[in-house]
Design a protein around this ligand. Sequence first.
Ligand code: SF4
Ligand code: SF4
Length: 361
Amino acid sequence: MSLDQSIFPEARRQIEICNACRYCEGFCAVFPAMTRQTAFADGDLTQLANLCHNCRGCYYACQYTEPHEFALNIPAALAEVRAESWERLARPQALARLFQRHGVAMAALLVLALAGFFWALAAFEPATGTGFYAYLAHGAMVAIFAPAFVLPLVLIALSLRAYWHEVGAGGLRLRRVLQAFDKAARMKNLSGGHGEGCNFEQGDRFTNRRRWLHQAVMYGFLLCFASTISGTVMHYALNWPAPYPLLSLPKLLGIPGGLMMLAGTAGLARLKLRADPALGAARVWGGEMAFILLLGAVALTGMALYAATGTALVAPLLAAHLATVLVLFVLMPFSKMVHGFYRMAALMAEAGKPAPAGGGE
Ligand code: SF4
Ligand code: SF4
């Protein structure tokens, strides 16, 4: 059942008007999917909401926005359903509700507390170890970070299973997975139906900036993740522990990845400040901004740590970096981070549905 009883009836009212109008049919994946039916259950609206990426093109094109009596605001209506679905389907739900109410404070306090914890831990210098492991033993890092990474992924898998069931997605086939990955890799839906991008930040001016910034963050994050994996392989399989030189896989992947994340998060934060909050889920604006800043802090502390190698700043920067990474992982099922997983699930669910009347994507 919906956490806010007014969200679904309002989204349904607006989508039914769109389904009669259909002017925005070519804008994004939402409208072709909408045309497949004439009645919308809560699960149908949840699926449409997770296909929407809040580009706002349909708002600026619409002749039924306020002051028209229909008062349409599809980007906001779908953003509310989307945020509600992430909260309602999250496991454990109580923690998700707590995060929705106090997410910014929780993230900030956790970063501070964990930075203090890692700083204190570094005082017990390991007997052996070089580089970062001179401050925190490799075994201790693995013992802390492995469960902090795996458990949130298990919780996300549970919530995605509930989503899959709610939207009636059917069987999962390899073809659907490949189609979804293809669209996500190109961020096709962020290019707008016409390929000129969103008008997220400036009314009627279309731009692909939001798409490029999203790609910088996503590919930057994946490069950093690949850097960590390569370091782990070198540590265990090649018996080559950190620190690694500049011309090594962890550095060649990690440095561009960190720079891309920094540029992407700075740009996305700026866009969010310029955009109209009334065209999104206003109640989660702070949490979404905090998530962007947390991702930026992970990249900034990582790059600063690299630059400070061999100086006295390594210990405090390592504590700050480990704290931001740990908070990012631990809060993954409840923060905006989860939107990437839901977007993939929505694209996979959509790939299995019959083609909409009149073609579509
Ligand atoms: S957003 Fe407005 S213009 Fe677009 S399909 Fe809906 S009612 Fe029509
Ligand atoms: S805000 Fe953009 S992505 Fe969402 S329904 Fe409107 S046109 Fe589609």
